[in-house]
Design a binder for this molecule. Structure first.
Ligand code: AVJ
Length: 310
């Protein structure tokens, strides 16, 4: 069972989001076991450039990034998923005190931690299952240590500007905070952006539609995924890609006993993925009490990794 979130919390979020207008669900609900596995497939798609671009930046600048991590510190990764990128830093960090992966998908988190332990037997790995936008409960022996946050993948893009600032300030206030390595996807041409969220193989469509399957299983809903379609659009004013699930007909769905009516063409907004410019990323950092020591990008300026200090 990959439920760290009691069903009630998910069900209440569904009732609330599907009663709202426009209808919405937080993208954090994508990551049940099936959704986490689908996301890993997305990262390997030819159209989905962020993961491989960020990995190339990590390969090029891993040594410089590692220098921002004091000996004995805890490296805390927010939304650690399969814990793949961290390996590029770990190789340059023989004196790391602990690695603390934080992820909402509990089974996936523990499986990934176990796999990492096979390759790094001397590393103290201390997973925390949970939602990283809520205050983190560090284990007693981790709490007093120096900490560096690692938030790659542009997951910060899932937060609206207000939420992003809130998270930046929360991390800034961690006891012992010594740095922040932050990855963000950059604004670019619309064709490249839309293709990354609407791939030819339909993996992203499956990832989006999997939310309906999860609602059926965990929130007592009766969606027919065949009656919905995946949509990805670039909202230039808000500098974000939006994913929606569009109802292909007028229909009514039950969710935990609640009647939810859809008009044909009506959507559930399931994700926003905000894109930054080097300038907007620096401002986000500086407005929230960080100083930006380095901003590494790839040659095509597709993706940025910022090295911040308190
Ligand atoms: C995990 C939030 C970084 O926004 O690119 C990928 C999630 N959604 N394809 C992103 C996602 C659709 C991804 N993040």
């Amino acid at each position: 069972m990959d439920r760290i979130v009691p069903d009630r919390v998910f069900t209440d979020a569904a009732r609330e989001g599907l009663s709202a207008s426009p209808k919405r669900m937080s993208p954090k609900w994508f990551y049940d076991a099936a959704g986490s596995a689908l996301f890993e497939r997305i990262t390997e798609l030819p159209e989905y450039y962020p993961t491989r671009t960020e990995i190339s930046i990590l390969r090029t600048h891993g040594e410089a990034l590692a220098r921002a991590v004091p000996a004995g510190a805890a490296l805390v990764e927010l939304g650690s998923g399969a814990s793949i990128k961290i390996r590029l830093l770990l190789d340059a960090l023989p004196e790391l005190g602990a690695y603390v992966p934080v992820d909402i998908s509990e089974d996936f988190l523990h499986a990934s931690a176990a796999e990492l332990a096979l390759d790094y037997p001397a590393l103290d790995i201390r997973p925390i299952a949970g939602d990283f936008t809520a205050p983190l409960d560090f284990p007693f022996d981790i709490a007093p240590r120096a900490k560096v946050a690692f938030f790659p993948g542009s997951t910060i893009g899932n937060l609206d500007p207000e939420g992003a600032r809130r998270l930046m300030r929360t991390v800034r206030a961690w006891p012992g905070v010594a740095g922040f390595i932050l990855g963000a996807d950059l604004v670019k041409d619309e064709t490249t952006l839309v293709a990354a969220y609407d791939d030819a193989d339909g993996v992203t469509a499956e990832f989006n539609l999997n939310l309906l399957t999860r609602l059926n299983r965990e929130a007592g809903a009766n969606f027919d995924p065949e009656r919905f379609a995946h949509r990805a659009i670039w909202n230039a004013d808000a500098a974000r890609i939006e994913m929606h699930l569009e109802s292909l007909e007028d229909q009514s769905v039950q969710v935990d006993g609640l009647d939810v009516a859809f008009g044909k063409g009506e959507t559930i907004h399931t994700e926003s993925s905000h894109k930054y410019t080097p300038e907007s990323l620096r401002s986000l950092a500086e407005e929230t009490g960080w100083s930006c020591d380095e901003l590494f990008t790839d040659a095509e300026m597709q993706f940025a990794l910022a090295m911040l200090s308190p």
